[in-house]
Design a protein around this ligand. Sequence first.
Ligand code: EPU
Length: 419
Amino acid sequence: MRLIVGSGTPLCGSVNIQGAKNSALKLMAATLLAEGTHHLSNVPEIVDVEIMSELLRSMGSSVQWEGVNRLVITTPAMDGLLPRAPYELVDRMRASIVVLGPLVARAGVAQVSLPGGDDFGHRPIDIHLDALSLMGADFKVSHGYVTGRSERLVGAEIVLEFPSHTATDNVLMAASLASGETTITNAAKEPEVVDLAEMLKSMGARIDGAGTSTIRVVGTETLNCVSHEVIPDRVEAATFMCALAVTGGEIELLGARRDQMEMLMRKLERVGVDFVVSSSGILARSNGRPAASDIATLPYPGIATDYKPLLVAMLTVADGVSIVTENLFAGRFRYIDELRRMAANIQTEGHHVIVRGVGRLSGAQVKAPDIRAGAALVIAGLAAEGETIVSGVSHIDRGYERFEEKLTALGANVERIDS
Ligand code: EPU
């Protein structure tokens, strides 16, 4: 599967922002905490959600689409639950690690394949294991799997060494079924963590402070089934914003929320994108030639590392020189070689990227190494003269719902072809 991207005409029109991938996956994992039928709405129909569905099914849950973007998940009683995440699924999606907390908490045992490294570099899970160990779980690693065992988990004072997003998710879910109170200090503050906390509260957990660096959870012996709506995907919204910055035009991002992407929008305003917030979403305008800007990624509320490839693609055609600094992941640079194939002027120095804006890129055949980098190459294609052929589209499909259809509806020239 490949995407053929034509030279960018100004984008114009409105686009629905999908539900957040990094929220939906955790909410799906959280259904493991309570027997019965759960309803999730605004779930993006993307490959990662299909992988998480397969994972839940492999453990005994029933997972079905019921109408557009609505998932119905029925979690089995304890005797029907198989608390194991196999290599084949974890290898396809490392976010599978978020089943660890709920499984240890509910089943008292969990066997999860250890995720390997990836294009982002070394991706350890020590922070997850240390935190759950403090709550009474005992972990052993053998034959590529980590096995956790515990009697009922007990609340603990946990200080995360780094505000890891999925470690915070795992602890929040585990603490919701633990006995007593858990305090998470240096917790991740991402909007998707808040969304998970809201769902857990509806299930019966008592949680304060989600969205700040200190979260308090009072666990309960059993949790209830829930109906919950997934928040909008800020990374998808950012993708359309960065595309607009290189094509020019005016688009409305229906459902997007400024309060969930404030820092990014301030940065985009500085490079020349204008925004108007309305009750239906965010209206964005640009003249198609961004100014250069220095950017550093940081945990939320800083500029997310997931925005970085999108921003680098945008800055390749900026007016001036930009320095982009990655502070979260050691790797995540492979797409830069692909951008260079499109005549981008980019140098890397340790965790810094120096981007010297050129007026226009040159269309080429390029390969997507991961979800966001794939979307970034499509943005670059819109900013290039001639045709850009992006392969590795399966990566884009992991995180974006009908990406090319949405871009085409905004006037872009993007077509999917079977390889
Ligand atoms: N880290 C450790 N030990 C751990 C966990 C993390 O050293 O046990 C380090 C990582 O190596 C990294 C930093 O902490 O340097 C941040 O990692 P974090 O744990 O916050 O990342 P994550 O939870 O694995 C989530 C998102 C990523 C996003 C990052 C950073 C999900 C499913 N994934 O990953 O999103 O890039 O937070 O914001 O929520 C994506 O959507 O494509 C994606 C990769």
